[in-house]
Write a protein that binds this ligand. Sequence first.
Ligand code: ZN
Length: 610
Amino acid sequence: MRTWNSVLTVVLLGMFLIGSMSAAAQQAADSQPLAQPPAPDAAQTAQPAAPAAQPAPSAQPAPAPAPQPAAEPVPATPAPTTMDQVVNLFIQHEHDLVKMLSNRTPVVETYLQNLTSDAQLGPVPSEDRYFLGRMDMGEIVDRKDYLKDEESKSMQTRLLGGFEKLYKVQYQPLGFSWMVYADRTDFDREHYDFRYVRREFLGEVRCLVFDVTPKKNSGRGRFLGRIWVEDQGFNIVRLNGTYYPATRNTYFFHMDSWRLNLVPGYWVPAYIYSEEGDFSAGVKNKLAFKAQTRIWGYDLKKGTKDDELTQIRVDSVKDDSPTAQDASPLQAERVWQQQAEDNVVERLTEAGLLAPEGDVDHILQTVVNNLEVTNNIDLPRPVRTRVLLTAPLETFSVGNTIVISRGLIDVLPDEASLAAVLSHELAHIVLGHNLGSQYAFNDRMLFSDDATYQNLGFKHIPEEEQAADKKALDLLKNSPYAQKLDNVGLFLKALQARASQLSALLTTHLGNPLTQGGQVTRLSALSTQGPALDNNKLDQIAALPLGGRVKVNPWDDKAEMVKTSPVAITSARDKMPFEVTPFFPRLTRYGANAPAAAPATTASNSNGGN
Ligand SMILES: [Zn+2]
């Protein structure tokens, strides 16, 4: 296996990806719908989770009323009549965007898979890396990492290698998130030539396409590539290319950077795909990687240390006991646990790690409910669910809240597999394996966002893990999913097949891991169930690529199910279990998909606060 270090020294120069879009993008989400009706013999009370592709009209995600950006809105300008005027406009708007975002500190996540060539499957992951941090988009170069472990740190330093220094001079030290802007400071006619190419639609948005080249002697590390400019407000919506020229010791990755119209008048950076490598015959160096960078949490409060310390929290614990008496000891215990649960959910949401309650939770709760009703589980408080916004595959529970990561929902092949991973956490709740009551003390919530992983944790002891797996199996066997556990077995086999290559994806940060030492431990009793894993069986979908299920709104962190129509798998290479693929979001204008009722929301002026 090649080491990561050697990748850096060899791969990163030269190749130029302008305009070449991988066909792999088309297949990012081909699968059975996550939510399927239960087996015909299921108990009548069990409900199918709402199919992701057919949301109820009311579930139509209205773009949240975004708060007005701090910067003044872009003034209305007369429509440009020449390409020269168009160039002036998008240059001006790029500077406006830099200004508007300068007081923002979004979360930035990069997940990277180093690739090796497999005769049957083509490029497959050989190892992986994960980075998560908050990015200060202001003038001050700042980046706070959520992950503190030394291995990750030193790897990141090596990853940034020669160009770390360059970042500090010209860019934010963002690692893979650097193609947020074409050129933060010098995006203008003095430094660049702009050549109009053609018109092109990206999703619903008609764009003008320009090639951008740095002028001679305009300095190192200038943007070289192509930009897409939407033709109403003349904002850049996509950048594709690299930086140029590099010095002897610097490397620039190729990137494809997408923006979304989440705020009126502005398109904010959301996704960046990066890829290097050449697997064609005769190429001596077959080192390669692909990486996804996601940005979200633009609307999070700026988490400065001062803010944190002065932010004294007063939790409103509502006494909802029916009688006006003091709580009994058991009631007191439950209220205490709920207080801890509420604190944790709120704190994780503030840190940009948990999506606010939303559409995805309805699906998750339906599945949990199916498990509960068919097992006659009657808990004193309803089980809630929330989506952890990060990629690593993990679940955990705190009080009666089950948390499952975006990455795990993405890769699950079907509803039965979703039920299986949820059943483990439901089992913890049913068995009373309650963790986290210490978080009912509010002082334990007073830490800076980037210290979240050091301050919160929900890992059970091995005995509780085994007991939960055993109970989960019982729950599943009584549930509408009993007949579909073969699919779960298949998923676990697929996980096992990739476990040793994907240690970063399988490293959990809050809950117990699904694997230990490269072996799948979660629900291992099911791992022998079902048919053998067979790449040649095109109808056997054991696990999906990342990114196919859950879509996160980078402004308000709301999660929703992706709506894509299935794409036929034509070869084993199309399956790409657990893999990173390019991004191809369907671009729409702000409010374009809002239902008719949406104006009422806006009119209520609920965005006046913060
Ligand atoms: Zn567990």
